[in-house]
Design a protein around this ligand. Structure first.
Ligand code: RB5
Length: 150
């Protein structure tokens, strides 16, 4: 993945708009194609809708990777993972962000805006975007996850 230009879709609920916009700017600065699907107002909204909207774009192949954010990252991650073909993990550290790519072939990352600060969030995003899937024994296990969907 390092060096590849990717299409990255972002969404959040109201609790994470500021961090989402910072992440969107950061990802664009890294040279990737960003699709930020909102929302743009801080009016209270529902994280399942936004998680599903980004996840559907990843599942449909309209984006290579997705980044979704809510207060904890947990709710929007749960919603995203209900979409077939999506593997989304919440990360609050850079090691996990690299591992969900390398071992789990995660195609979405969830962040909690009430859990981590912007600096750490951007480092986590970098780890996620620059790590590739390891394949091999990990592919066997990811295939087992995929089999659970059928
Ligand atoms: C919204 O208050 C909050 O519940 C949401 O952002 C998220 O943390 C849910 O998992």
């Amino acid at each position: 993945m390092r060096g590849c230009i990717m299409r990255v879709v972002l969404s959040s609920d109201h609790a994470a708009i500021g961090l989402r916009q910072a992440v969107a700017a950061h990802v664009a600065e890294r040279g990737h194609v960003v699709e930020d699907i909102g929302p743009i107002t801080t009016e209270s909204t529902h994280y399942p809708d936004h998680g599903a909207a980004a996840a559907r774009k990843v599942a449909a192949g309209e984006a290579d990777l997705g980044i979704v954010l809510c207060g904890t990252g947990q709710g929007i991650m749960m919603a995203a993972n209900k979409v077939r073909g999506v593997r989304c993990g919440v990360c609050s550290d850079t090691f996990s962000a690299a591992m969900i790519r390398e071992h789990n072939d995660a195609n979405m990352l969830a962040l909690g805006a009430r859990v981590i600060g912007e600096g750490l969030a951007l480092d986590i995003v970098d780890a996620f975007l620059t790590t590739g899937f390891g394949g091999g024994r990990h592919a066997v296990r990811v295939d087992m996850i995929k089999a659970l969907e059928s």
